[in-house]
Design a protein around this ligand. Structure first.
Ligand code: NAI
Ligand code: MG
Length: 368
């Protein structure tokens, strides 16, 4: 039996509540399917700071580096608002992303049929939507140098951020986009602003070259990122995989996310480069939402984002495609049955809590 090592970092607020449902699911899979998941747990965020004064310990960092995949809940909350900047809860997540070199951020926008009516867009625009935004996560304007505020001495200051991309960074993220597209709808739309940005010119050129050399079986189109934002709201179903940089991806993934409804529904994955020897990628899976201090401890948080993040883990870290499909189908069918946590509640549906939602999804998964 294959050993599959998972590091669980539940974090703060509703993180642990959502993670509890994933732990139940992992236990059920190990029992039914002999999946051989081995889990270890660590501390990240405010709870880690309370325990030992760091937002993640060296020991837990080492476990993250050694694991096949990391499942991350959420961090932060008002309790830690005044802790020093270097050890604030978010620093733990940033350290994980940086040390694991997670350059590829996958944000799917899936509209479950049962929730299409509650989108802010017309149901026929979003129903059946299943697209993937792939955002470059470790380069671009958030990291480029120089990055500073200069005093110009005449009562004026100058704020500077620098957008920088090198060929290898664009090549590797483009490679991920084309590989992902092959497992889905076989289409990539690359978004940049080559009309006004030199980094955009290079982005477009390198994506086109990578496509020509290795992935010409995938359909590639290019779009200016502002037009892309418009098209995402006008007719999102035209897309399959959207490939874009750190800054545009930050915005476009949030736009795409909101097409589908509640924050409590949205999973994500962040992937590193494949190991040259084993071909394995470092990976971290987390819901898009935060620690939701306003509802923490009440047993009402929606665990679907965390469970759907685990489905991505099955798909991308363990190549367990059938199980991932089955888990996503279980989520969809539980929603079809009318079960709702408060954040997605609507007239005529059955309101349930975190544990009941987890149990219902696990029962459906077992029955499918
Ligand atoms: P948030 O995502 O925690 O909450 C925003 C709103 O959505 C709240 O009303 C919350 O109750 C609701 N919500 C979020 N997830 C939900 C779920 N699964 N089920 C039902 N309702 C849900 O964002 P907010 O309020 O801006 O931040 C709260 C804390 O979380 C802050 O300390 C922030 O720094 C941290 N945060 C952490 C993130 C992470 O760990 N990756 C990401 C975003 C925020
Ligand atoms: Mg954002």
């Amino acid at each position: 039996m294959a050993s599959r090592k998972l590091l669980l970092l539940p974090g703060d607020g509703i993180g642990p509540e959502a993670m509890t449902e994933v732990k139940k699911l992992i236990a059920a899979m190990n029992a039914d399917l002999n999946t051989g998941f081995e889990t270890e747990e660590g501390l990240v965020g405010g709870c880690a700071y309370d325990a030992h004064g760091q937002s993640i310990s060296e020991e837990d960092m080492a476990k993250a580096m050694a694991a096949d995949a990391v499942l991350f809940g959420a961090v932060g909350g008002p309790k830690w608002d005044s802790v020093p900047y270097e050890v604030r809860p978010e620093a733990g997540l940033l350290r994980l992303r940086k040390d694991m070199e997670l350059f590829a951020n996958l944000r799917p926008a899936i509209c479950y049929p049962a929730l299409a009516a509650s989108s802010s867009l017309k149901p026929d625009v979003v129903e059946g939507l299943d697209i993937l935004i792939l955002r470059e996560l470790t380069g671009g304007v958030y990291f480029g140098e120089p990055k500073e505020i200069i005093d110009l001495g005449n009562g004026q200051k100058r704020g500077i951020d620098t957008q920088v991309y090198d060929t290898f960074e664009i090549e590797r993220i483009a490679g991920v986009a084309f590989e992902l597209a092959r497992t889905r709808g076989n289409k990539v739309c690359s978004m940049e602003k080559h009309n006004v940005m030199k980094s955009g010119v290079l982005w477009k050129e390198v994506v086109a070259e990578t496509h020509k050399e290795k992935f010409s079986d995938v359909e590639l189109t290019h779009m200016l990122a502002d037009a892309g934002g418009m098209q995402l709201v006008r007719w999102p179903k035209q897309f399959d995989v959207i490939l874009t940089d750190n800054l545009f991806g930050d915005m476009l993934s949030d736009v795409a996310a909101m097409l589908t409804g509640s924050l409590g529904m949205l999973p994500s994955a962040s992937l590193g480069a494949p190991d040259p020897l084993t071909g394995k990628r470092k990976a971290l899976y987390e819901p898009v939402h935060g620690s939701a201090p306003d509802i923490a401890g009440q047993g009402v948080a929606n665990p679907i984002a965390m469970i759907a993040s685990f489905a991505m883990c099955l798909r991308y870290s363990f190549n367990m495609i059938a199980e991932a499909d089955r888990l996503e189908k279980a989520i969809s069918e539980v929603l079809n049955d009318g079960l709702r946590t408060p954040d997605i509640m609507s007239d005529g549906m059955t309101k349930i809590g975190t544990a009941q939602m987890g149990d219902a999804i696990i029962a459906k998964f077992r029955a499918l």
